[in-house]
Design a protein around this ligand. Structure first.
Ligand code: SAM
Length: 223
């Protein structure tokens, strides 16, 4: 393992983590299971070593390859909104990145499928998730705007990179009654974080949850 202290010391100690959880509560996060899972998950093991001491600040941080681990508040907010009122058996995440969001989901639902397009990041995160012992997680490297058709349908889908428009394939792979959270809109700027609920085979309800700023979802021609 890169870091000698999974439990954390100093700026990565449990006390520092507890302070982040208090802050998330102050910001309006109420789901106790989400807060507890974030309290015990060692975020400092998901960021570049140079940033480990900042891992429990409520901020996005670099994870290499021009990508970022999302701000804890956004992770908490998206997880809370995704799981509200449902108990999905299968969740799809698009944009694995560091694996932190997948790790949070894996502690809350039976099975997580996650897709990453950058080969080096995929390999690095695959090793990390194995070392950390997440077993109810399947990863693949591809363009996640196509979803993961072989594993569909999903009762919940979380997209952690922003396309201009919501990809049709993801809408199709959402189960009836399922919930999707996706940032979308202008690539270089703020985007809308939408909650999309599939109410029937042909109907979807949409609601805007927040204004957010995500890295772009890079859509490739082929899977
Ligand atoms: N969920 C991540 C975490 O917990 O660290 C943070 C995600 S980061 C903001 C966005 C990720 O989406 C990056 O790793 C990026 O490479 C990935 N990405 C961008 N376009 C993608 C695509 N078409 N398919 C799959 N992953 C993509």
């Amino acid at each position: 393992m890169r870091h000698a202290h999974p439990a954390g010391i100093g700026m990565t100690s449990q006390r520092t983590r507890d302070r982040l959880i208090e802050r998330l509560q102050e910001e309006g996060i109420t789901n106790r299971r989400v807060l507890e899972v974030m309290r015990v998950t060692p975020r400092h093991l998901f960021v570049e070593e140079a940033f480990a001491t900042r891992a429990y600040e409520d901020t996005a941080l670099p994870i290499g390859f021009g990508q970022t681990i999302s701000q804890p508040y956004i992770v908490a907010r998206m997880t809370e909104a995704l799981l509200e009122g449902i108990e999905p058996s299968k969740v799809l995440e698009v944009g694995t990145g560091s694996g932190y969001q997948a790790a949070i989901l894996a502690q809350l639902v039976p099975m997580v499928y996650t897709v990453e397009r950058i080969p080096e990041l995929y390999e690095q995160t695959r090793k990390r998730m194995h070392q950390l012992g997440y077993r109810n997680l399947r990863m693949t490297r591809s363009d996640g705007s196509w979803g993961w058709p072989e594993q569909a349908p999903f009762e919940a889908i979380m997209v952690t990179a922003a396309p201009e428009d919501v990809p049709e394939s993801l809408l199709e792979q959402l189960a009836e009654g399922g919930r999707m959270l996706i940032p979308h809109g202008k690539i270089n700027g703020m985007q809308k974080l939408s909650l999309i609920i599939r109410t029937s085979a042909t109907h979807y309800e949409r609601e805007t949850i927040e204004t957010v700023s995500f890295v772009p979802l890079i859509q490739e021609q082929f899977r």
